[in-house]
Write a protein that binds this ligand. Structure first.
Ligand code: SAH
Length: 479
């Protein structure tokens, strides 16, 4: 190991910063946050530094550095824009065995300041030993996205309970108790901001440990339209910690690959003609799994509350007292329109947008066609392929011009995306000619003409098999 990492307690310690620019400003700011008492030496300072130094715990001297400035300091940071002044300060401090940092130059001085992810009391410091500050920052950003903002609060509550757990459980059981608590619903409740419920759950767990069966939880998570980059941080986190995942056909293969590989996987995929598992059985399955104490990930394509029957699933959970969380996802209309370069609204063409289902019910689609045929609006049809003739006819019958532009977006946002442009009148023929397969979204309205100018996403089609085929046979029917 090239550098030895430590976390210093700087409360009420004298720290010296030399330099008045932007970099010095950040250092003074973090030193103050860590409770230090700062002396700042610089002939000039930035306006922001002026604000910082007007606060408590910082003394500013508007003059150049003199050697005696380091007397009595616990730690020194040289942050001037003059390398020889910085080097001089470093050698003085080093000769007195003081920790001294020279900003942006790890070869001078005796310590470097890491990139920090601050979830106090949880603090993560990253260093590349000065080799690549940019890489350190990128790693920090990755960690920032992976570690929930409430992680510090979780640590705080854990600390509160440490002695209580010590009293209740013999030493041999404590570690496994905490392991279970910190990866289970207790932690999730804290992350979701339900601190009191989290405490109650911890009390219950403690009272019944190790034999008691506590209730699991269901995460109803929207996986977005296909591109894994469109997952939310929360979706990804829950995907990675679930014990069992219940998913259907609209979740893309690349996204499934990102879920916890050890989780049990239950496919309840639906195809329009043949429901693989009837909805009420799915609802009951979720309840059963949660009652076994499992963290159940119910992963759905797009957004669970948009044509996703997510409402029905959590109704059953609520009736059975199973705790659940709902994580929104990017719905197909948002994802597909963005990746096809078709803004759903536009000041010149569409002042409103409607999401409708083109799902056939007894051969007809039960929609308010008069309303959908109004001008100056965009209509997005989910599940519109099999009903495309009806959609085309009805819109025209209720007065929308047959020339109105229309688009089919197939496997939107994935590497297999295809966009086909036509008009309301030509839609049925377009479906036949293009050979599109589910999942396909139909967008109707003047905004579609913007595609020719705004399309930007160029997928490498046919490189891989369908993103949605999974290991199940894909019948060319609608999902
Ligand atoms: N809850 C989902 C929609 C489920 S209904 C959501 O919010 O997106 C299923 C329909 O969504 C499909 O028939 C298709 O019309 C549309 N769809 C979902 N993902 C799609 C994708 N990647 N590309 C095109 N259409 C998609």
């Amino acid at each position: 190991m090239d550098r030895f990492p430590v976390f210093l307690d700087l409360h009420n310690r004298q720290c010296l910063v030399v330099g008045g620019g932007k970099v010095a400003e950040r250092k003074v700011d973090s030193l103050l946050k860590a409770g230090a008492v700062v002396t700042l030496i610089a002939p000039d300072i930035t306006t922001e530094m002026g604000i910082i130094t007007s606060g408590q715990n910082v003394q500013y001297h508007a003059r150049p550095f003199v050697d005696s400035d380091i007397d009595g300091q616990f730690l020194v940071i040289a942050a001037t824009n003059n390398p020889s002044v910085n080097a001089h300060i470093a050698s003085l401090a080093d000769a007195r065995n003081m920790p001294v940092n020279v900003v942006d130059d790890a070869s001078v001085g005796n310590f470097i300041i890491p990139s920090v992810v601050d979830r106090s009391p949880v603090t993560i410091a990253i260093s590349t030993g000065g080799a690549s500050p940019v890489l350190a920052r990128q790693l920090r950003m990755k960690l920032e996205t992976m570690i929930p903002p409430q992680c510090g609060e979780l640590a705080g509550i854990t600390e509160e309970y440490r002695d209580i757990v010590k009293k209740h459980l013999p030493e041999a059981q404590r570690k496994t108790f905490w392991e279970q608590a910190l990866k289970g619903p207790f932690a999730e409740l804290v992350y979701a901001g339900h601190v009191e419920d989290a405490r109650r759950l911890l009390d219950e767990m403690l009272a019944s440990y190790p034999n008691g069966q506590t209730m699991g939880e269901v995460y109803l998570v929207g996986a977005g339209p296909g591109d894994p980059d469109l997952l939310t941080f929360k979706a990804l986190r829950l995907m990675q910690q679930a014990d069992v995942m219940v998913y259907d056909r609209l979740v893309s293969k690349s996204i499934l690959d990102m879920a916890n590989q050890r989780a049990e996987r239950i496919y309840v995929g639906k195809e329009k003609a043949s429901h693989a598992v009837p909805q009420d059985q799915i609802n009951d399955l979720l309840v059963k799994l949660a009652k076994q104490g499992k963290r159940v990930l119910r992963l759905k394509g797009g957004d669970p509350f948009i044509f996703g029957r997510g409402g029905e699933e959590i109704e059953t959970l609520a009736e059975n007292g199973v705790p659940f969380q709902v994580v929104p996802g990017i719905t197909a209309a948002s994802g597909c329109s963005s990746y096809a370069g078709i803004p759903l609204t536009h000041r010149d063409y569409a002042q409103s947008c409607t999401f409708a289902t083109g799902h056939l019910k007894d051969g007809s689609i039960d929609l308010n066609w008069a309303q959908l045929s109004q001008p100056n609006q965009t209509v997005v049809f989910y599940m519109g392929l099999t009903g495309i003739e009806v959609i085309s006819q009805q819109l025209q019958a209720f007065g929308r011009s047959g020339d109105t532009p229309a688009a089919l977006v197939e496997q939107g946002t994935t590497r297999n995306q295809r966009v086909h442009i036509g008009t309301i009148a030509t839609l049925p023929q377009l479906v036949k000619d293009s050979g599109v397969r589910a999942p396909t979204l139909t967008i109707v309205g003047e905004v579609v003409q913007l595609h020719s100018k705004l399309h930007w996403y160029e997928p490498q089609r046919h490189v891989i098999a369908s993103e949605f085929s999974l290991d199940h046979p894909v019948a060319p029917v609608e999902v």
